[in-house]
Design a protein around this ligand. Structure first.
Ligand SMILES: O=C(O)CCC(=O)C(=O)O
Length: 366
């Protein structure tokens, strides 16, 4: 009997499956790593971040916006939200917010702080660094990235500098995606002074907006699984960075279901454009998102997307995040499948406890 030809989609899936079940050892970050169950977030840096947050709120440099999000709806979930139909990309039905202060903090219906948008600082050094990063991004070798996936809107390239530890990849430990590992130009880009300035800025803002999350992220990065290997390339908080090419990179509605459920992603918007928005469906808001602004939000919880920039304008973004698997590797120190029931239970409890990283705004400023 003649074999049926695979559709292009089936062929792509088969290739991907093959790749996943034949991991290259050289992509492994660490082998024979010690087991270490995470006890919880560290205090390091958190107090300083808390103080900075309180200062900018009480000195009138921040606006607090109440939204329709209800975080309580998600608190019983440990790792994943169920797949739901994607919302439409009609942002005109959402409540529009235009940041007028340097910081805008968004709270859910119970007052829990879950997202922030930070307008770019005036400092020349920041803008010079960002422009250098933008021009270097244009030179990045295309072979070190991939065309955008379906979930994202336009036709653009994404460089996924991603550390992961997906169990379905049958890896014995955390690993880098191969394209990134093997590309020296990408390594040079990450070592450039300008990128380091932007990286430090993003991590500092993370501490100053979400000190509890930031200290937990840094704690994961400081664990013996990752620290000796300099694994958190966009650290100290973020292990992974996706560079969305500056052409017309606009996200279609999606949830990042591999991001740590109780965590936050950061997105810095870049480009030459007059207007786009970051839209958060479950919060029912559409926030003006100018070039150079930085947003933190729960990327696994809320469906998010952008509105188009005008014809002839350019737009890209730098998305920083931590996959669930990264926390899992540090929490379980190896394959989840080979763990005892107690270890698995302890990890589940850690995840549920980590919903408490989201704090009430009153507690953050008192
Ligand atoms: O570019 C943006 O504003 C959003 C980026 C994003 O959602 C992503 O990279 O997953």
């Amino acid at each position: 009997m003649a074999r049926q030809r695979k559709t292009p989609k089936q062929a792509r899936k088969a290739k991907q499956q093959k790749k996943l079940s034949n991991p290259k050892d050289s992509n492994l970050l660490i082998r024979n790593h010690p087991k270490e169950l995470l006890p919880g977030p560290r205090k390091r840096g958190r107090n300083k971040g808390q103080l900075a947050f309180r200062n900018h709120v009480t000195s009138g440099q921040a606006t607090i916006v109440k939204t329709d999000l209800d975080l309580d709806q998600y608190r019983h979930r440990e790792y994943n939200l169920k797949k739901e139909p994607k919302p439409s990309n009609d942002a005109s039905v959402l409540k529009s917010v235009k940041p007028t202060t340097r910081w805008t903090h968004f709270v859910d219906k119970h007052g829990i702080h879950f997202a922030s948008v930070v307008l770019p600082p005036e400092a020349d050094e920041f803008h010079q660094s960002l422009n250098t990063v933008r021009s270097m991004m244009r030179q990045l070798p295309r072979k070190a990235g991939a065309p955008t996936e379906e979930i994202r809107g336009g036709h653009f390239h994404t460089w996924h500098l991603m550390m992961s530890g997906q169990d379905q990849a049958h890896m014995d430990g955390p690993y880098w995606n191969a394209k990134f590992m093997q590309n020296p130009q990408m390594q040079d880009f990450l070592d450039t002074e300008a990128l380091k300035n932007i990286q430090a800025y993003c991590n500092r803002q993370f501490y100053e907006c979400f000190p509890d999350h930031a200290s937990f992220y840094q704690y994961v990065g400081d664990s013996s699984e990752f620290k000796p290997y300099g694994a958190f390339k966009y650290g100290p908080c973020f292990p992974s960075l996706a560079l969305n090419e500056e052409v017309s990179a606009i996200s279609a509605p999606h949830r990042d279901r591999r991001d740590y459920l109780q965590g936050l992603a950061g997105v810095m918007s870049i480009g030459s454009y007059k207007h786009t928005t970051l839209n958060m469906q479950e919060a029912n808001i559409s926030v003006e998102f100018p070039a150079g602004a930085l947003a933190f939000f729960p990327s696994h919880v809320v469906h998010h997307y952008n509105t188009n920039v005008a014809e002839g304008e350019t737009r890209g973004s730098m998305t920083m995040f931590m996959s669930s698997d990264v926390v899992k590797w540090a929490g379980l120190g190896g394959k989840a499948g080979s763990k005892t029931k107690e270890e698995k239970e302890a990890y589940k409890r850690l995840c549920i406890d980590n919903w408490n990283l989201f704090k009430h705004i009153k507690d953050k400023i008192s």
